[in-house]
Design a binder for this molecule. Sequence first.
Ligand SMILES: *Cc1c(COP(=O)(O)O)cnc(C)c1O
Length: 226
Amino acid sequence: MMADVVQNLAEIRGKIRESALRANRNPGEITLIAVTKYVDVARIEEAIAAGVGHIAENRVQEGVRKFPLLSGNVVKHLIGTLQTNKVKAALEHFDLIHSVDRPALVEELAKQADKLQKQVKFLIQLNISGELTKHGLSPNELPGFMENLKAYPRLIPCGLMTMAPLTEEPETTRPIFRRLRELFEEIAATGDFPEWRYLSMGMSQDYPIAVEEGANLLRIGSAVFK
Ligand SMILES: *Cc1c(COP(=O)(O)O)cnc(C)c1O
């Protein structure tokens, strides 16, 4: 099994590199996050041994259960929908939340950040495709949402995240990634958010396209652990 994860990672890293070079990007600025929601601690350890420094879970409880069992030191990302009653646990166990998608969640994050007296870094999830099954703000809600964030000094927005629709044809996701990139640049241009730097997009089926369109955080699960 060890060889599988090692080999899968080598293949993925090779493709990231190719896509980056095609787009005149530095491959070194792109972080592979291994999505570990499908696998147990032993397989996470294999990935860490193979050089993975970032992992992600989509449910808070899974992180709470697995992370204390890990021996390696990794950055932990939360990529699934966050319920307000799990915010406290999320802040205790995760380093970066990718899925901030509504004002009520912002308020709870601010409340818990004040209690813990710590800054909270997070990404804002957008629903570009408009699919009803997807979480996330619509693009036209973003400016008002960002403006509101300025009221909370402990909340540090660091970028945007989106999930493209599952599709047989990866190229249909390109306009979605491109749109996220444009929205990212618009917020960056305001200069209002000094830690604005992450564009989280691209999964197993479409990460090469996401890299070409500017992603710097890739969330890859099944391609790593297949
Ligand atoms: C599961 C998941 C991924 C990874 O999906 P794969 O297709 O297995 O790479 C990425 N992002 C989110 C939000 C997920 O829930």
